[in-house]
Design a protein around this ligand. Structure first.
Ligand SMILES: *[C@@H]1O[C@H](CO)[C@@H](O)[C@H](O)[C@H]1NC(C)=O
Ligand SMILES: *[C@@H]1O[C@H](CO)[C@@H](O)[C@H](O)[C@H]1NC(C)=O
Ligand SMILES: *[C@@H]1O[C@H](CO)[C@@H](O)[C@H](O)[C@H]1NC(C)=O
Ligand SMILES: *[C@@H]1O[C@H](CO)[C@@H](O)[C@H](O)[C@H]1NC(C)=O
Ligand SMILES: *[C@@H]1O[C@H](CO)[C@@H](O)[C@H](O)[C@H]1NC(C)=O
Ligand SMILES: *[C@@H]1O[C@H](CO)[C@@H](O)[C@H](O)[C@H]1NC(C)=O
Length: 243
């Protein structure tokens, strides 16, 4: 067997026995995603990696669709703290996902999930799912943080918009500052539970649109919600959450 045939043969064996060895959807504490590297969800729907925007050299960690050729960002981690060159490193430390700027003698933390560290933090992991959610699990495999709880400017199927009553977690959409700056901009969409609960689009603190209440099928002020048979909507209100 020639050397190149041997190589192909070994690759084939590797693919049969380790079908996911060419793309990885999970990060563990002994690994990291450096600028230029990616996580790809198991069904290859979404990618997590570093990106920059049109006229900017700043680097951000984000999630985008794997199969849409024009990179379409759906979530950004370090919205307000970009890495200024390619020395960013995303890794897991003490049970938290952290973004480090490795371009210094000491790594500087630019962004962190900030969930309290757990025992067995060395057994934690983060997985990018096929719905575009980055899910951090603690040492006992319980979800300790997920990107769907921290929406940026994009609503994806299975995300919630509203809030969690006990923890005060707010699921709000906020616009980007501009096409090349994903920091929170002027506009937001949030649920106001006072009176008849409804969503408000705001510019700063000024309300510029309201959705009206849920009528069991759609928000009454958003007739287009019933115009897309591909989507089904639901509105949930219970002791813990309204969304
Ligand atoms: C993709 O991006 C290019 C360049 O920005 C643009 O001309 C084109 O219309 C985009 N295509 C789609 C499908 O959005
Ligand atoms: C990134 O910038 C830092 C200074 O902020 C520098 O020390 C480092 O060498 C740079 N890294 C690369 C890969 O250019
Ligand atoms: C910075 O973090 C990376 C990834 O965890 C690690 O490999 C590297 O040793 C760290 N560098 C310093 C100076 O601590
Ligand atoms: C994490 O906590 C630090 C210190 O309290 C804070 O400066 C930082 O903004 C927090 N990061 C996130 C992503 O919430
Ligand atoms: C984590 O640390 C504990 C105790 O130090 C050890 O028993 C366990 O094997 C480690 N797990 C991993 C995945 O390294
Ligand atoms: C560590 O994680 C693995 C899966 O990654 C799990 O099977 C195991 O139960 C975990 N260990 C502990 C002590 O929870």
């Amino acid at each position: 067997m020639r050397k190149d045939e041997m190589f192909l043969y070994l690759c084939l064996i590797a693919l049969i026995f380790f079908p996911s060895c060419n793309s990885v959807d999970t990060l563990t504490p002994i690994q990291s995603v450096r600028d230029g590297e990616t996580l790809i969800s198991a069904g290859e729907k979404f990618v997590l990696g570093f990106f920059s925007l049109a006229n900017s050299k700043n680097r951000y960690v984000g999630i985008w669709y794997n199969q849409i050729p024009n990179q379409t960002i759906v979530w950004t981690a370090n919205r307000e703290n970009p890495v200024h060159n390619s020395s960013g490193i995303l890794t897991i430390k003490g049970g938290n996902l952290v973004l480090l700027d490795g371009g210094h003698n000491n790594n500087i933390t630019l962004w962190s999930t900030n969930v309290s560290s757990s025992t067995m933090a060395n057994n934690s992991s983060a997985t990018l799912t096929d719905s575009g959610n980055l899910v951090l699990k603690d040492g006992q495999q319980r979800t300790s943080w997920e990107s769907f709880d921290y929406p940026t400017n994009t609503y994806l199927p299975r995300m919630k918009l509203g809030f969690k009553k006990r923890t005060g977690l707010n699921w709000i959409l906020t616009s980007w500052n501009s096409a090349d700056d994903p920091a929170p901009g002027e506009f937001s969409l949030s649920l106001d539970p006072r009176g008849v609960p409804q969503y408000f689009l705001k510019m700063g603190s000024e309300r510029i649109w309201r959705s009206g209440p849920w009528n069991d099928q759609r928000l009454i002020g958003a007739p287009l919600m019933s115009g897309y048979s591909e989507f089904s909507w639901s509105y949930v209100t219970n002791d813990d959450e309204i969304y």
